[in-house]
Design a protein around this ligand. Structure first.
Ligand code: BMA
Length: 379
């Protein structure tokens, strides 16, 4: 099929108009100019779809739910709403502990690869975060010992850090569609750096070092490892609106970021949705200026104490300020299996929860898109 841009160009010649006028400023190009065709298509399609729709995503959706663990085909979101989510999040934490076989939440790596393939083959979108282990202490990402200066170029742990990126590149190389093509991934490393709970956090590193870490990661994966299926998402923590003015404080630059993400748990926990809607609208405007995509990359309220949470907090956060509808997707965090983790730690409704019917209402709202309503995102 002829590309729309070609059709427009030919139409412009025929009618004598300038091609410029007919081609709006809607060419969205990933920072990796050698990105695979599917990755470029995802970026363009997601940007276009974001103008009228907000996709719904869920962390670890196929891996486990409130009452089950690693049962193929299951999904709390599907059991509540009738559809899988449009966006699937998974986390790379503990991938450098190669003998372990599972991630930090016990998700088996081979299962994760299979579920990523399944979601993609159904038309869904994949995003990977990375609660990276501590490069010096052997601890986890919540070990706040400063270390970023040691892992960037020139640092004494730089080679070790590179070997960790190699491990990720190897995992990533196994993410294949059924025709052998690389599955596009929204890669979201070093998240919530405006807070100080991870070793790459605000108090743990300087602006220069954080930016160097980010840029090195992009350049190494793209230029040295030939990884071309990634869209890079930057995701400061907005902390209930308190950090909005710091959003760009350690921004790596337009040449290093595709998606302007935002993590925010506080803003949908009793805050006036109109205020949060203004924050989201601001993010959409910033993304528009840069021809990038805005997304609410992590959110939720643990255990959803308000049975009408989806209607009371989520929907108005996207509709109060009309500009906020320009957010590409919202991703709620994981539904930990209660018996296994021995704690109430879920962020999407599960079938037995009193918020389930309201989540169904959210799913039926015309603004929000689940997997079964997605257009082809990779063409
Ligand atoms: C956190 C919590 C942790 C989990 C981590 C990575 O926010 O859910 O229990 O290990 O994310 O998924």
């Amino acid at each position: 099929m002829m590309k729309i841009s070609h059709v427009l160009f030919i139409a412009a010649i025929i009618t004598g108009c300038k091609a410029q006028e007919l081609e709006p400023s809607t060419r969205y190009v990933p920072i990796d100019t050698d990105a695979t065709a599917e990755t470029k298509a995802l970026f363009q399609n997601l940007a276009e779809l974001a103008k009228t729709k907000v996709l719904y995503g869920h962390q670890d959706d196929l891996a486990y739910g409130y009452t089950w663990f690693a049962e193929d085909g299951r999904s709390d979101v599907k059991e509540v709403t009738g559809s899988y989510p449009a966006v699937y999040g998974y986390d790379l934490g503990d991938i450098v502990q190669e003998e372990k076989g599972t991630n930090l939440d016990d998700v088996d790596w081979e299962n994760m690869k299979r579920w990523i393939n399944e979601g993609y083959e159904r038309g869904g979108i994949i995003t990977l975060s990375w609660h990276m282990n501590h490069p010096a202490t052997g601890g986890n990402s919540w070990d706040r010992t400063p270390v970023v200066a040691d892992i960037i170029p020139g640092g004494e742990l730089h080679d070790k850090f590179k070997s960790w990126l190699d491990i990720f590149a190897e995992f990533n190389a196994d993410l294949k569609g059924n025709d052998g093509e690389a599955i596009p991934v929204i890669f979201r490393p070093y998240h919530e750096h405006t807070g100080s709970w991870f070793w790459w956090g605000e108090d743990q590193t300087t602006m220069e070092d954080y930016i160097a870490l980010w840029r090195f990661t992009v350049e190494y994966l793209r230029n040295e490892k030939n990884v071309h299926n990634l869209l890079y998402a930057y995701s400061p923590d907005n902390q209930g609106g308190r950090e909005l003015s710091n959003y760009f404080k350690k921004y790596p630059g337009d040449d290093f970021v595709d998606i302007l993400g935002m993590d925010d748990y506080g803003s949908m926990d009793g805050r006036n949705p109109a205020e949060f809607s203004d924050d989201l609208a601001w993010l959409v405007e910033e993304a528009e200026k840069k021809n990038k995509i805005a997304a609410l990359t992590e959110t939720g309220v643990e255990t959803i104490p308000d049975s009408m949470w989806w209607s009371n907090q989520v929907i108005p956060s996207f509709t109060s300020n009309p500009k906020a509808k320009g957010i590409a997707y919202i991703l709620t965090w994981r539904n930990a299996m209660y018996e296994k983790e021995n704690r109430q730690h879920f962020y999407a409704s599960h079938p037995d929860h009193n918020s389930a019917s309201d989540m169904k209402a959210f799913r039926d709202h015309s603004l929000f898109v689940f997997e079964d309503e997605l257009p082809g995102m990779y063409e």
